[in-house]
Design a protein around this ligand. Structure first.
Ligand SMILES: CCCCCCC/C=C/C(=O)SCCNC(=O)CCNC(=O)[C@H](O)C(C)(C)COP(=O)(O)OP(=O)(O)OC[C@H]1O[C@@H](n2cnc3c(N)ncnc32)[C@H](O)[C@@H]1OP(=O)(O)O
Length: 695
């Protein structure tokens, strides 16, 4: 009779002894259902050595059948690939997600999977780290059978049915990769080109391609050596540490708490059966689509008939495109539309998404308060306005929270859930849960101008403008930021989203004033340094891509390819001359330090003010909403990696050089963390609590 390898998820021998080290790498304990315990990465060795164990299983003389239930991820799937047969429950999910943790499948996964299912399919799974269903795994040839019944019983039965059959043809390590159609080298070169472009500095996807190439071109033993070498580089990299931190950060933010003591585990969300969206501009459409895709019936209200007609068509198209991509039916039946606000009378939750005008929003909140059920949650998608002021327009201010989505709202993963001083813990819990059901990374944040993301961004944007005044060009600033890992530098993003957006905000804030483009007051506003450069471009009708020019030129209105603009360069020269600014050579390191450390400094202020509960919250906001490179963990993790003393020293240096820029003045929390020995980022929450209690 054959042996089998399975338990609730994958059964494997519990204990195994032997040499655990591989040239400086430590091996993790035998992987459980979800693969290795990520917390153990980086620790000293523990548990049985996985690779020899998998080899022993594969080399065995009895048929080994993996019975897979639940998740078989990472080392879990690698163990199953060492078995001679694999049987999965229909609800099982399989995958090699190591790349998402900055690693590669280094227990033979990168060598066995391509041998089993072919290079293109293996590349897809290993580079993306995506999970597949049992049905897809069967179709790909990863598993031999799928069962709806008791998986272990099915595996035993299967083992009995194959007992006595020769096993040589079942040992995947002895296979050659199935031939690919076309030229193998060309295939790898093309894949590598695409991966490098998409990775934007991430090293794990590149190493994954290299490992699979080794599987396709080298004998198994040499492929394993290559796998191990590549893993050695990744395992100790800062990128792996950042991605593993981010894995836990995403989970930590769902356990929200507020300074008033409200907590995720003490606040039950209200049931939400039907939702309304008010306003069908770009944001409203995206939010409605995201809600319908998450299975919620949505009533969308738009009072302007023309906009309503256009929006209906656009929303249907978005739903159909999304459904096509995911291979499901478009949830068109979830959507209903109205031009009358009375249509929201029976919903459990409303998301207001009209444009950023406090007067208009106040009026809508008054109407909603009169029309909606008394216990309906009233949410605003404002990106900057005071949630508390809106709450004060309603009968039940405790039922008002901000739900700040990011454009495009049906694509972007981030949701800032903004609680005001009067929001009830239940309202916050309900909005957080709704975000989760919509597939968002929901982060609870306090109410302050710009909340967390935009408040920090302001400091970064200001530095980018100042750098232009001092001698940089948009190209220089953008290339430094892109080199760092942002998909687009600030000036390109600004051209894409429209310079008029920031101009409008600055006008409302009393910063962009007409007629003060010259003279000493031009560069000082509200007692601090101010750069009117963005306002000056807007005054000339340069709003970015939509007008064909902004910080770059685009050939025509709506053009998408940014090219350096000689007019802009002359304009900057004239501007500097006019204001007596002597341009100097600015290097990319200064760009990064000024823009990123100013942003990080504001992050510390936010922690100090209790607007974000911990560094994980800020980091998730930046990774999922602002294009911060995932493999750098987020701004606060990055600060910890750079070293808090260094961040402090550079801020002090720049503040000395620019005493009229308060954003560069190191915040007291940063100073105190440095003084208390710069604890690792995972310990900041405790340190902050202690520091707060000492105040
Ligand atoms: C020579 C070198 C030899 C190299 C040997 C290589 C060894 C093998 C390497 C690997 O296996 S790498 C792959 C590691 N596994 C993963 O990446 C899977 C991670 N987990 C998930 O993606 C999800 O958790 C899930 C399995 C899809 C389940 O999602 P679900 O939403 O249902 O639950 P979560 O909230 O995500 O998780 C619940 C709880 O469990 C914790 N957790 C999950 N997976 C792990 C893990 N692999 N290690 C440690 N902890 C894990 C998660 O943090 C949650 O806990 P709390 O944060 O809520 O306390």
């Amino acid at each position: 009779m054959g042996g089998f390898c399975g338990n609730k998820n994958i059964l494997a021998p519990k204990k195994c002894s032997g040499e655990a080290r591989h040239r400086g790498l430590t091996q993790n304990s035998a992987p459980g259902p979800k693969g290795a315990d990520i917390k153990e990465f980086g620790d000293s060795e523990s548990g049985p050595p996985l690779i020899p164990m998998i080899h022993a299983i594969e080399a065995g003389n009895k048929p080994m059948v993996a019975a897979i239930e639940g998740f078989a991820l990472g080392g879990g799937l690698e163990l199953a690939l060492g078995c001679h047969y694999r049987i999965a429950h229909s609800k099982a999910r399989l995958g090699l997600p190591e790349v998402t943790l900055g690693l590669l499948p280094a227990a033979g996964g990168s060598q066995r999977l391509p041998r089993l299912i072919g290079v293109p399919a293996a590349l897809d799974l290993i580079i993306t780290g995506r999970h597949v269903t049992a049905a897809e795994a069967l179709q790909l040839g990863i598993v031999d059978q799928v069962t709806d019944h008791h998986t272990v019983d099915a595996a035993v039965k299967f083992a009995l049915s194959v007992a006595g059959r020769p096993l040589d043809a079942r040992r995947i390590s002895s296979y050659s990769c199935p031939p690919v159609s076309g030229d193998l080298d060309a295939l790898f070169e093309e894949v590598m080109r695409k991966v490098r472009r998409g990775a934007r500095g991430a090293i794990a996807p590149v190493a994954c391609v290299q490992a699979v190439r080794a599987a396709a071109t080298l004998p198994y033993a040499r492929g394993m050596e290559r796998e191990r070498e590549l893993m050695a580089t990744l395992f100790t990299s800062g990128q792996a540490r950042a991605l593993q931190y981010s894995f836990f950060a995403q989970r930590a933010v769902s356990r929200w708490s507020t300074p008033s003591g409200a907590r995720w585990d003490a606040s039950a969300p209200k049931p939400v059966r039907k939702v309304a969206v008010i306003g069908l501009g770009t944001m409203g459409r995206g939010i409605a689509v995201a809600l319908a895709q998450a299975g919620f019936p949505v009533v969308s209200v738009e009072t302007q008939e023309k906009q309503l007609t256009e929006a209906k068509r656009a929303v249907s198209q978005m739903l159909e495109r999304g459904a096509k991509r995911r291979g499901v039916a478009a949830p068109l039946d979830k959507m209903s539309y109205s031009s009358n606000i009375q249509a929201v009378a029976d919903v459990d939750l409303v998301i207001e998404a009209v444009f950023e005008d406090m007067g208009l929003k106040k009026k809508i909140f008054q109407q909603l308060s009169a029309v909606c059920k008394p216990d309906a949650l009233l949410c605003t998608n404002t990106s900057s306005l005071d949630v508390d002021q809106l709450a004060s327009q309603t009968r039940n201010p405790e039922l008002v929270v901000g739900m700040h989505f990011f454009a495009p709202a049906h694509v972007m993963k981030l949701l800032e859930v903004v609680y005001g001083p009067r929001s009830s813990p239940q309202a916050l819990a309900t909005a957080m849960q709704l975000g989760k059901k919509m597939g968002k990374v929901s982060v609870a944040v306090g109410n302050c101008p710009g909340f967390v993301g935009n408040r920090m961004l302001k400091a970064y944007v200001e530095q980018a403008f100042f750098l232009l005044e001092e001698g940089a060009t948009p190209e220089l600033v953008d290339s430094a930021l892109e080199e760092f890992g942002f998909s687009m530098g600030f000036f390109k993003v600004s051209d894409l989203s429209g310079l008029d957006v920031g101009w409008k905000v600055r006008k409302e804030d009393g910063l962009a004033l007409p007629g003060v483009s010259t003279g000493p007051s031009a560069r000082i506003r509200q007692g601090r340094r101010y750069s009117p450069l963005g306002d000056l471009l807007c005054q000339r009708g340069r709003f970015g891509q939509k007008t064909g020019s902004g910080w770059y030129q685009y050939g025509k209105p709506g053009g998408r390819v940014a090219t350096p603009d000689p007019w802009l360069h002359s304009f900057l020269e004239e501007y500097r001359a006019q204001h007596g600014l002597v341009p100097r050579r600015i290097d990319p390191q200064e760009v990064l330090e000024r823009c990123l450390y100013a942003l990080i400094n504001e992050g510390f202020r936010i922690l100090e003010d209790g607007i974000a509960a911990g560094p994980e919250d800020i980091d998730c906001i930046y990774v999922f909403g602002y294009g911060w490179p995932h493999y750098r963990g987020g701004p606060m993790f990055y600060a910890a990696m750079v070293g808090l003393p260094k961040v402090l020293e550079r801020l002090e240096h720049y503040y000395r050089a620019h005493p009229d820029v308060p954003d560069l003045q190191p915040c007291s929390l940063l100073r105190r963390l440095v003084a208390s020995g710069s604890p690792p980022v995972q310990k900041w929450k405790e340190a902050i609590k202690k520091l707060h209690s000492q105040l």
